[in-house]
Design a protein around this ligand. Structure first.
Ligand code: KG4
Ligand code: ZN
Length: 352
């Protein structure tokens, strides 16, 4: 079964063709970052207008690269929640129009759940995911953990109570004067030879002892204060000048604290999920833009080795928003009869 996936929830216009939920036949992403760079953040109205212009050629290119025509498409999947409402509406309208005109099933897919699927698309010959699994999504808009009993039963265990991890990275990078999007730039700076990750003590958010939620706003503010000084505090020394060396140290120290907070919550969630599922987790599913982060990837690899989990880290090009993950997750949904009709709505938020 060839599923055409469409993704337009934020600032990437994407289309992909995935066969049987496993083989990525094509994966086309038209990024809009150049349109939003001067604003240092995504401008919703600009994003939706760009989706309108780009969706038709992106879908055509996905079909061309897959070597198929519209008649070969078995079902159309679209990310319909959560995201920017104007952006989502474009993809949902395109998905409905294609499914209706082709007489093929339409599958509405949750964008955040789909991020969890991206590690299952790692390539031919990858064994099926063993359940139950613990899921982690870390992106610019979302930071949450899930108990994944199967692809049809995804239960949120906790989420950020303020900033998403990627958002904190992007803002910390702005404070350090790095290029937009900041996450990859901060990661690169932190990795640079000589950067000392213990030079600055950034707070590691823990929240209540059993909390499975995240908080990144304190860490973001700590970076602001480290660089610009604490407002109104004349008793504290002014911050040291932001030399190249200090920027590297701050980036590495920030990265250490951010990743530490995630690993700490995953360790808690592993205990909690094993109780809830009455058995240990078999797999760790990870997705979202920040799963491209070098330190997070290294520490998750260690965590998986320590706890005997099968770690499914997406390949780098599937960490950020893409439509292959949408078409991928649509396959088990479709097989279970979870199709949508033309009443499918774009939903800006989700609680699941
Ligand atoms: O998943 P995604 O494309 O969009 C959302 O659904 O939000 O994630 C984009 C986010 C941005 O905040 C970006 O800075 C962050 O992922 N990101 C990274 C890295 N690569 C992308 N953050 C830290 N380290 C990276 N290497
Ligand atoms: Zn995303």
């Amino acid at each position: 079964m060839l599923i055409l996936g469409i993704e337009t929830s934020c600032d990437e216009t994407a289309a992909a063709v995935v066969e049987d939920g496993a083989v990525v036949r094509s994966d086309v992403v038209a990024s809009q970052w150049e349109l939003h760079a001067e604003y240092r953040g995504v401008v919703p109205e600009i994003a939706s207008r760009a989706h309108v212009e780009r969706a038709p050629p992106v879908v055509a290119e996905a079909l061309r690269r897959a070597g198929i025509g519209l008649g070969d498409v078995g079902a159309v999947a679209v990310g319909h929640r959560p995201g920017l409402i104007g952006s989502l509406l474009v993809g949902v309208a395109a998905g409905k129009a294609l499914a209706w005109s082709l007489g093929r099933p339409l599958v509405g897919v949750d964008h955040v759940h789909a991020h969890l699927y991206s590690g299952a698309l790692a390539g031919g010959g990858t064994p099926p995911v063993g359940f139950p699994a613990l899921g982690l999504v870390v992106s610019g808009g979302h930071t949450a953990m899930y108990l994944v009993r199967s692809w049809l039963e995804i239960e949120r265990l906790g989420a950020t109570i303020d900033d998403a991890m990627g958002e904190a990275y992007d803002k910390a990078a702005t404070v350090l004067g790095l290029e937009f999007p900041g996450g990859p730039s901060l990661d690169a700076l932190a990795r640079r030879g000589g950067a000392n990750d213990r030079a600055h003590e950034f707070p590691v958010s823990r929240l209540a002892p059993e909390s499975l939620d995240f908080s990144f706003s304190g860490l973001k503010t700590a970076m602001l204060y480290a660089v610009r000084g604490v407002p109104g505090r004349r008793d504290t020394p002014p911050p040291s000048p932001l030399t190249e060396e200090r920027r590297g140290d701050l980036a590495a120290s920030f990265q250490r604290a951010a990743v530490r907070a995630v690993v700490l919550k995953l360790e808690r969630a592993l205990r909690h999920a094993a109780e809830a599922a009455a058995g240990p987790m078999r797999t760790l599913l990870v997705g979202g833009g920040v799963s491209a982060n070098s330190r997070l990837r290294a520490e998750l690899t260690d965590l998986a080795a320590r706890t005997g989990l099968d770690l499914r880290l997406p390949p780098m090009h599937l960490c950020t928003d893409n439509a292959a993950m949408i078409a991928g997750l649509a396959f088990p949904l479709l097989r279970a009869g979870r199709t949508s009709d033309l009443a499918l709505c774009a939903e800006p938020t989700t609680s699941c």
